[in-house]
Design a protein around this ligand. Sequence first.
Ligand SMILES: [Fe+2]
Length: 179
Amino acid sequence: MREINEKVFAISGFRLEPVAGLVQPRVFLENLADGVFLCTQYIRHHSTPLYTPEPDVVHEIVGHGVTLASPRLAELNRLFGKAVQRTKSADALERLSRIYWFTIEFGVLREDGAVKAYGTGLLSSAGELGKMHQADLRPLDLDAAGRQDYDPTHFQPVLFCAESFAGMYQTLREYLVNW
Ligand SMILES: [Fe+2]
């Protein structure tokens, strides 16, 4: 983690900070505003290498560590944190958490005629990455994503698909700035 941290920090200014166990969604998201990503440290059980319902160190490094080394994705993470800091009601926080889930965690987009993952949950699950094309791929609509329930314990049946990386970045950025 230290090695990855140095590289990510040099590119986007983000730091991966180890925490023991899961933290509250608000605490996790608000830390993003300051360029801090709170990282779990345990690793998935060796009997289920392709998937884990809870974030483990593979998810944090292969998923979040790699994407936080993208300046644009790092900026979106920061904007999520700032939007959460401005969010008072539990209902609005819930909607924002769902939007984080369907973009940063499980976002997909089209590129060169193919559907590709930019979401950290997909990037860190070889099992789900191979199956994501079978999901109900809906056009990226952030209001709809905010209303969409999800279950973290199995592969996602619904995914929101952007038309391009640039389109996803612009849409999400504007939405978060105006939140
Ligand atoms: Fe995650």
